[in-house]
Design a binder for this molecule. Sequence first.
Ligand code: ATP
Length: 325
Amino acid sequence: MSAITGDRHLRAGPAVAVPKLVTMGSPAVEMIDLVKRYGGNTAVNGLTLSAGRGAVTAVLGPNGAGKTSTVEICEGFRRADSGTVRVLGLAPTAAELRARVGVMLQGGGVPPAMRCGEWLRLVSRFYAHPLDSRALLGRLGLTEHARTPCRRLSGGQQQRLSLAAAVIGRPELVFLDEPTAGLDPQARHACWDLVAELRGAGVSVVLTTHHMDEAERLADQVVIIDRGRVVAEGTPASLTGAERQLRFRARPGLALEELLNALPSGSAAKESPAGHYIIEGLVGPELLATVTAWCAAEGVTADDLRIERRTLEDVFLELTGRELR
Ligand SMILES: Nc1ncnc2c1ncn2[C@@H]1O[C@H](COP(=O)(O)OP(=O)(O)OP(=O)(O)O)[C@@H](O)[C@H]1O
C-alpha cells in the first residue's frame, strides 16, 4: 500500500493485512442466465458473467441497467427469478459466506443512531480475525468522527464508513456498489488505494461504478451491461483497442462532411458532445496535416488537439447509446 501523501484529511495508516489467497479454482462469482423481474419490469435479463479470483471486476452500465439488482442477488439480499449464481462456489445465501464476503451497499447503509466507531467495532465482532477498527477509521480519515452518530456524518463520510465495514473482516471477496459515488478526490484516491491493496493481497473485488476512469485504473476485467444483459466484457485494454483517434475542441457545428471529403478514405469524423470533435481512421501525419489545414482554411482554431487511444467512456457510449435512461 502506498502511503497517502499530501492528503488533507485522509491519513495513511497501517496496511490492510489480508491473507494472500492460493485458491484459484472456481471463479469468485459466476452467474448463468440470471433473470430478475420487478413486476413487469425485467431488470436482469439472462445475464451470464464470471468474476475471477484475486481480480478486480468492474461492472459498468447506464442507470437502471441492472447492476445493483445483480450485485444484490450475489450478496444474498435479493432472489433471482431464474438462473444460477455461485459466490466462492456457494449459493449466495450460504451462511458460510457471511464471514468470507464483504459488502458495501450503494448509499452507505450505516445505522443512523450508532456512533461511527462503535458501529465499526460491532461489525468487527462478527469476524474471527478482523482488522483494527481504529486503524481503519484513521486510514479512511474518520478518526475525529469516531464518536459522531452515523446520521451526522456527511454522505461521503458515510460512504467511507461503509467501505471500512466491508473490509474490516478481511474478506476473500468484496462487493462494492458505487464505492466512490459522492466522494471528494482525496477520499476517492484513498478508496482506490484500498482496492488496489486488497487486490494485491489476493482479495477478489466486484465493484459497480459510473466512473470510467475508475474502471480503467482499477479493473482487471470490465463487464458492461445494458438492459440487464452483458454487452461487452474484457480487460480495459482489450475493450478500448489499440486504435488511435485525433481529437480537438472548436466551435460547435463544423461542417464535418466537408472535412470528411478532404480526409483519406476510411476515415470517420464526429462531433460528440457539441464542440468536441473526434476523427478516426489511419491516424498519422497525413491525417493530422489534413485536419489542421482544413481548420486553418475554415478559420477554426483547433483547441486541445491531440492523438490518443479510445477511452473506456467512448466504448461505453458506443455500446449503450447517448439517450438518458
Ligand atoms: N425494488 C425494486 N422494485 C421495483 N423495481 C426496481 C427495484 N429495484 C430496481 N428496480 C428497477 O430495476 C431496474 C434496474 O435497477 P438497478 O438498480 O438494478 O439498476 P442499476 O444499474 O444499479 O442503476 P443505477 O446505475 O441507477 O444505480 C430499474 O428499472 C429499476 O427501476
